[in-house]
Design a protein around this ligand. Structure first.
Ligand code: GCV
Length: 841
C-alpha cells in the first residue's frame, strides 16, 4: 500500500507538473542533505580556485571513503572531476590526512591539539605547494572534515583563507535502531528494516552503506542496529557472520556497530540454568561471547541493555542491581574498548493508579541515583530526556543532575513516536535544545544537561548523545521528506549542542532544498514553529501527548492513560487536571531535583505554564500566567494549532515550481493529511474537555461546526450508524459503516445559496481494507478515491480518521450530494461527516 500511495504522488506530480518545475530535477529525498546539487552560477565563481586534485595520505577504508566523497561532492556541485593522487601532491591539491601523515610529507605542518574525531580545515605548504588541507588526529576526523568542507560549498559559503577547527562536544554520538530480526521496526514509520528481513541480515546492504554515510556526515560514530526489546538470536554464534557483514559496510564511514542484548541470554541461548550476573559462569559466558565477537568485529562498539522494564528480564530476578548486571558485561567488553549502554528506562508498569503517591516519573531516579559510583567506567547510563517517555512536553529528567560518578548519555527520539509519527511535521531540535540547555544546578555553577551528559561537569571519561532513529526502506528514509531534519538536527546537536535550532534548520534546508531565499524562509519557518504547533493541539500545558498510550501512540486517546498501571496519568476529571508531583502535597517527584529547580517546580506560581499540568493538579478555572483560564487555553490552543497547520498547506503551495515536483507533492500530501488530522485532534480534545468540565468555550466554537453534516444524519442507503469508542474520536460520537458488498450511499440536498464551495469528507482509513469512495453532485461524479493509506489502525477512530477535500465545487440549492462507499475486507467504507463551506479563494 505504501508504494501505491507513492505511485499516487507520482501521478499527481505528473498531472500537476508545471513549466517552472522543469528547472528543478525530480528527487525522492533519498539523498537527504547530501544531494550535492549543482551550485548556482553566481556562487560558482567563488570556488574557481579550488585545486584540481585530491591527495589522500594513507590507504585505509575510511580515508578512501573520504577521498571518494570529496570527488563526488565536487563533481556534483561544481561539475569538476578531481584528479586523485596518492602519497604526495604533484600540483596544488586538496590534501587529506591525519596529522601524523601530513607531518611526514610536510615537516613544517604542526598538529593542533584536538579531541578525537575533531578536524582542521586549513591551507598549508605541502612539498612547496600551497594546498588546501583537511587534517585530523584520526582518520574518522578527516572524513568528518571532508563532509564539513562540502557542506560549506553546498551552502555557498566562502572557502577562501580557510582556517577552521571543529571538534565534537562528546565522544558518544550514537544512533539506535529498534529493528527486529523479522524486518519490522518497533516505532518505525519509514518502512521496514534496512538491516534485517525475515530473520536474517538482508542480502543487499547498499542502503546500510548509504545510511552509514548519512550518519558519518553529521558526526555520528556508532549505531546499535537492533531493537532494545532484544531478540537473543542476534547473539547466537550462527548469527555472527551476518553481523560481520553489517560491520564491514559501516566501517568505511567510521560507524561502529553495537547490539542490543537480552540479559537472560546466558540462559536463553547459552545453555546455563541462570543469568544471575554474580554467578561466575554467567560472567564467563559473557566473556567468551564478547571475545568471539571481537575476533570477527575488532571495532565492535558494545551492548545496549534494556532490563527490568516493560516485561524484559533483568537483574531483579536474582535480587541484583543494574550495576551488577552492567558491570559483568562491561568487564567482558573492557579489554576490547567496548562499552555498555544501560538504559535507565526501568519502571513498574503495574503501578496502582488509586494510590496518589505513586508516580512513574520517579522511577529512573529512584532506581539509579542510589547506584551512582557503582558502575564500571565503560558503562554509560542511557537516560531518556524526560522522566516519562518521549512526550511532546516533559521536564528534563532529574537523573541527569543526580549522577556525579557515573557516565551518562541522553536518549532523544528522532523517530516521532509520540510526536506525529512522521505524518505530522514536528521538528524536534527546539525541544532538544531546551532540554540540553536546562541548568539542573547539580553544582554551585551552571550544570547544563549538555555538560552533564558529555561528562564535562563531573569529568567523566565518556558520555554523550543517543538518538533513536528508526530509518527504514522508504525512499526518503523516515516517511516524511521534512522529517529528516530531525536526524540531521540530532547529529548536529550531538556534535555541538551549542548550535541553535535556527542554525540547524537553516543548514538543513539549504542542503536539502537549495539556497533560494523564499524556499529557505518558508521551510525554516515551518520547521521552527512545528514542535510548538504540534504540542498546541495534542498535549497542552505539560499534560503530555494525550494520545492512545495503550495502542498506536498516534491519534487522540485522552482516557487511555488513566486507570491503568502504565503511569502516564494526567488525572483529568470534571473539576480539574494535572498530576500533583509537589513534595508538599503530591507524589514528591519534585524533590528529585536539586533545590533551585525543585523550588521552581514546587509551586504553581513559579512553574512555567507549559509544564503546569505535569507538576500540579489545578481546576479548569485556574488562571495561567498568560491570563487565560486552563480550560480556555485548552480550547484556544487547539483551534490555533489546527489553523496553523492549515496554514502550512498554504505556505507549502507557495513553493510550487520552486521545489522539485516529486518532493513537492510528497510533502503536500503529508501536510494536507496533517491539516485534516489536526482537526480530528482539536475536536476530540475540545469536546472531551467540554463534556468533562461542563465549561463552554468562551468563543463558542467547541461543539458548533458550521457547515458540518453528520453522516448518520444524512439519507442513508445501506449505511448503518455505529457508535465510535471513544466517543470523542468521531464527530457526534458516531459514524456510518457499510457491510453490503455492492456498496452503500449517504446523501443530502444542498440547502445553501448558489456559489463555489469546498467539501471536506471525513472518512476512516483502516489498514485492513481498501474501501472505495465516490462523491457526486447530481449525476456528476466530482471525486473518487481509494482509502489505501497505511495508518496505524484496524478500526474506526482517531487513528484512522482522515479528510478528503474537494475544492472549487459549483453548488446550487437543491443539488443532491451523494457519497458512495464500497467496503473492502475489514474496512466498511466508514464515514464520519461532511463539511461544506464557501470556497477559500
Ligand atoms: C522499544 C516506549 C515505546 C516502546 C519502547 C520503549 C523503550 O515504551 O513505546 O516501544 O520499546 O519505550 O524505550 O524501551
Amino acid at each position: 500500500m505504501r508504494h501505491r500511495s507513492l505511485h499516487k504522488a507520482f501521478l499527481a506530480a505528473a498531472l500537476f507538473g508545471s513549466m517552472q518545475a522543469e528547472s528543478v530535477r525530480a528527487e525522492s529525498g533519498y539523498e537527504a542533505w547530501l544531494r550535492y546539487a549543482p551550485v548556482e552560477q553566481a556562487a560558482r565563481e567563488r570556488y574557481a580556485s579550488l585545486p584540481a586534485s585530491v591527495v589522500v595520505l594513507g590507504d585505509s577504508a575510511v580515508l578512501a571513503a573520504a577521498q571518494r566523497e570529496m570527488i563526488r561532492g565536487v563533481q556534483g556541485m561544481l561539475g569538476k572531476t578531481l584528479r586523485t593522487d596518492k602519497g604526495q601532491p604533484l600540483g596544488r591539491s586538496i590534501v587529506l590526512g591525519t596529522f601524523e601523515s601530513i607531518h611526514a610529507v610536510a615537516p613544517d605542518f604542526h598538529a593542533r591539539d584536538l579531541r578525537e574525531d575533531g578536524f582542521w580545515l586549513t591551507t598549508a605548504e605541502v612539498q612547496g605547494l600551497r594546498c588546501l588541507v583537511i587534517a585530523a588526529p584520526t582518520e574518522r576526523g578527516v572524513l568528518y572534515g571532508v563532509f564539513a568542507f562540502l557542506s560549506k560549498i553546498a551552502r555557498n559559503e566562502s572557502i577562501a583563507a580557510l582556517d577552521e577547527v571543529q571538534q565534537p562536544y562528546a565522544p558518544i554520538r550514537w544512533a539506535d535502531q529498534w529493528d527486529n530480526l523479522d524486518g519490522r521496526i518497533e516505532r518505525g514509520y519509514g518502512g521496514p528494516s534496512i538491516f534485517f528481513d525475515n530473520g536474517t541480515v538482508r542480502a543487499d546492504l547498499s542502503r546500510v552503506a548509504d545510511y552509514a554515510r548519512l550518519l558519518a556526515s553529521v558526526g555520528i560514530n556508532g549505531c546499535a542496529i537492533n531493537n532494545v526489546n532484544a531478540d537473543p538470536r542476534a547473539l547466537e554464534d550462527s548469527f555472527l557472520p551476518q553481523l560481520v557483514r553489517i560491520a564491514d559496510v559501516f566501517r568505511p564511514w567510521g560507524v561502529r556497530i553495537s547490539l542490543a542484548v537480552d540479559l537472560s541470554s546466558p540462559q536463553l541461548i547459552g545453555g546455563l540454568d541462570t543469568f544471575d550476573p554474580l554467578d561466575p559462569r554467567v560472567g564467563e559466558w559473557w566473556r567468551k561471547k564478547v571475545d568471539e565477537i571481537y575476533q570477527r568485529i575488532p571495532d565492535f562498539g558494545g551492548f545496549v541493555v534494556k532490563a527490568d522494564s516493560e516485561g524484559r528480564m533483568g537483574p531483579s530476578t536474582y535480587g541484583r542491581t543494574p550495576a551488577d548486571a552492567a558491570n559483568v558485561i562491561a568487564q567482558a567488553l573492557q579489554p576490547h574498548g567496548g562499552v555498555v549502554f544501560y538504559r535507565a528506562f526501568v519502571y513498574n508498569h503495574h503501578l496502582d493508579w488509586r494510590e496518589p503517591k505513586n508516580d512513574r516519573a520517579k522511577a529512573a531516579y529512584d532506581n539509579f541515583h542510589p547506584l551512582d559510583g557503582k558502575f564500571a567506567d565503560n558503562v554509560i547510563l542511557q537516560i531518556k530526556y524526560g522522566p516519562i517517555d518521549f512526550q511532546v512536553r516533559e521536564p528534563v529528567s532529574p537523573l541527569f543532575g543526580g549522577l556525579e560518578k557515573t557516565n551518562q548519555a541522553i536518549e532523544l527520539q528522532v523517530t516521532q513516536e509520540y510526536t506525529g509519527q512522521q505524518r505530522h511535521l514536528c521538528f524536534l531540535p527546539p525541544m532538544w535544545k531546551e532540554m540540553l540547555d536546562f541548568d539542573l544546578h547539580a553544582a554551585n555553577y551552571a550544570t547544563r544537561v549538555k555538560d552533564l551528559v558529555s561528562g564535562k561537569t563531573f569529568h567523566r571519561p565518556t558520555g554523550g548523545f543517543v538518538g533513536v532513529v528508526n530509518v527504514g526502506m522508504d525512499a526518503n528514509w523516515l516517511g516524511h521528506p521534512l522529517a529528516m531534519a530531525n536526524l540531521y538536527g540530532f547529529g548536529r546537536l550531538a556534535w555541538d549542542p551549542n548550535l541553535s535550532a535556527q542554525t540547524i534548520a537553516e543548514e538543513w534546508t539549504q542542503l536539502t532544498f537549495g539556497n533560494d531565499p523564499a524556499v529557505r524562509r518558508t521551510i525554516e519557518d515551518m520547521q521552527l514553529a512545528s514542535w510548538r504547533i504540534y504540542e498546541s493541539y495534542t498535549g497542552p500545558l505539560g499534560a503530555q501527548t494525550l494520545t492512545d498510550i495503550l495502542g498506536s501512540h498516534y491519534g487522540p486517546g485522552i482516557e487511555s492513560s488513566e486507570n491503568n498501571g502504565w503511569g502516564q496519568w494526567h488525572r483529568a476529571d470534571h473539576q480539574g487536571i494535572g498530576m500533583d508531583r509537589s513534595v508538599a502535597t503530591g507524589t514528591g517527584y519534585v524533590g528529585q531535583y536539586r533545590a533551585p529547580v525543585a523550588k521552581m517546580f514546587e509551586s504553581v506560581e513559579s512553574t512555567p505554564d507549559d509544564l503546569l499540568l505535569f507538576f500540579h493538579h489545578v481546576p479548569y478555572t485556574h488562571g495561567l500566567h498568560s491570563g487565560k483560564t486552563v480550560i480556555q487555553y485548552i480550547y484556544d490552543s487547539h483551534y490555533e494549532g489546527a489553523e496553523r497547520v492549515a496554514d502550512y498547506v498554504r505556505k507549502w503551495k507557495s513553493l510550487k515550481g520552486y521545489v522539485d515536483e516529486e518532493r513537492y507533492a510528497a510533502v503536500l500530501a503529508r501536510l494536507e493529511y496533517q491539516a485534516g488530522h489536526a482537526i480530528v485532534w482539536r475536536d476530540a480534545i475540545c469536546n472531551w474537555f467540554l463534556r468533562t468540565s461542563g465549561i463552554p468555550d468562551a468563543k463558542g466554537r467547541v461543539g458548533n461546526y458550521p457547515g458540518r453534516i453528520e453522516a448518520e444524519a444524512m439519507h442513508l442507503r445501506g449505511y448503518v450508524p455505529v457508535d465510535v469508542v471513544p466517543w470523542e474520536n468521531a464527530s457526534g460520537g458516531q459514524a456510518v459503516e457499510c457491510s453490503q458488498r455492492q456498496g452503500c450511499s449517504a446523501s443530502l440536498q444542498f440547502a445553501g445559496a448558489a456559489g463555489s464551495y469546498e467539501i471536506d469528507v471525513q472518512y476512516f482509513d483502516q489498514n485492513n481494507g481498501e474501501s472505495k469512495f465516490r462523491i457526486s453532485v447530481g449525476d456528476h461524479l466530482v471525486d473518487e478515491w481509494v482509502a489505501n493509506d497505511h495508518l496505524p489502525a484496524t478500526k474506526i477512530g482517531g487513528d484512522s480518521s482522515t479528510r478528503r477535500r474537494i475544492t472549487g465545487l459549483a453548488l446550487r440549492p437543491g443539488d443532491e450530494i451523494r457519497i458512495e462507499g464500497i467496503p473492502d475486507r475489514e474496512e466498511h467504507a466508514p464515514l464520519d461527516y461532511i463539511e461544506i463551506r464557501p470556497s477559500e479563494e
